[in-house]
Ligand binder design. Sequence first.
Ligand code: UD1
Length: 400
Amino acid sequence: MIIHLIAAARPNFMKIAPLYHALKKEDWAKPIIVHTGQHYDLNMSDAFFKDLELPEPDIHLGIGSGSHAEQTGKVMIAYEKVLMEHRPDLVIVVGDVNSTMACTLSASKISYNPSNPINSSNSSNPTNPTNPINPINPINPINPNNPERPLIAHLEAGLRSFDRTMPEEINRIVTDSLVDILWTPSPDGDENLLREGISKENIECVGNIMIDSLEMLRNKIEEQAVFKEFDVNKNAYGLITLHRPSNVDSIEVLSSICDVFINISEKLPLIFPVHPRTRKNLENFGLINVLEKAKSIFLVEPINYIRFMNLVFNCRLAITDSGGIQEETTYLGIPCLTMRPNTERPITVDQGTNTLCTIDNLEAFVETIITERDTKLSVPELWDGHTAERIVQSIKTYMS
Ligand code: UD1
């Protein structure tokens, strides 16, 4: 079975890695990594492949940055060609980035049958139709609904912030409405999908794949002491990540956030690996110097997975707008302050260590955490490091 694993941006890499390694062990599966190139910097992509012990991507679409429509359109066009040439049996998309939705759209509308009128436009014909990589598969026997196209599965299905101003929410809704198999990380995902009319048989709660990556690399993560490179002590610093357009694209918002960070840093030193989008805006808005001048704010380039997770393991608290960090801190029992009005991962608030906050109340939350030593620890069910195994089993049922 030829299985495409679609990887595009930084948070995708720790989702495909455990699955790639699990599928590699199966003699019936040929996992192929397709990198769309949405993230392309060494420290946003290659460093993660290395840490997660992934080989170079088999296919690289080299799409790069652009507006939402440009990025989505370019991925769709490039991936359509790859689909026609490789004819995968199964396409697995992960997370909620533009490439997740784009590859889902291409795979849903493709037909491997050269006589299907859908292929009448030259642009969708295979580059080499007489020699596809998967020649024994002009039709796809494992997709009973539509044997002329691959089966499509979404890993991390069902998450909803109910905030359609977030591009990721649009990507989630479109992706989940089209795919054949929906693997959710937690029961709230199942509930959201059922409410949207998705058939129960297509949904399976498999747990949180990010925890598989964390457990796979736990020893290497714990061997490090990255905080020692800064003027801070173990459990006595805050770790910041920030990249959502709603936080970093407006000068007013970003400058208020910087002011709050400076105030917080007087009580708790802050390590801040800066995302490329955020760095660009800090520079354009003339705010980078303001942060650099603060004695206890340590600005650094984006950090590779193992070293970054080591900073998470040893921090007093995290301040973030990332999705993944809300989950990792819940798993580790570390307080997390999420600078967003909503989250598509409510289980991290209900059961875990996550608190949603605003520019106005962030500082007060930090003070409470610094003075209260106890953190509640309740790990959601199936966040256990065995999600990839459950997915392999799930795929096997489609073959039987
Ligand atoms: C994307 C995802 C977001 C995810 C985030 C993780 C979408 C809509 N957004 O947002 O869901 O949480 O990745 O980081 O898919 N850039 C570089 N080098 C890189 C990558 C990006 O310099 O390797 C720059 C680009 O020039 C661009 C900016 O960063 O201007 C934003 O990149 P983009 O991929 O468009 O979105 P992210 O903000 O990273």
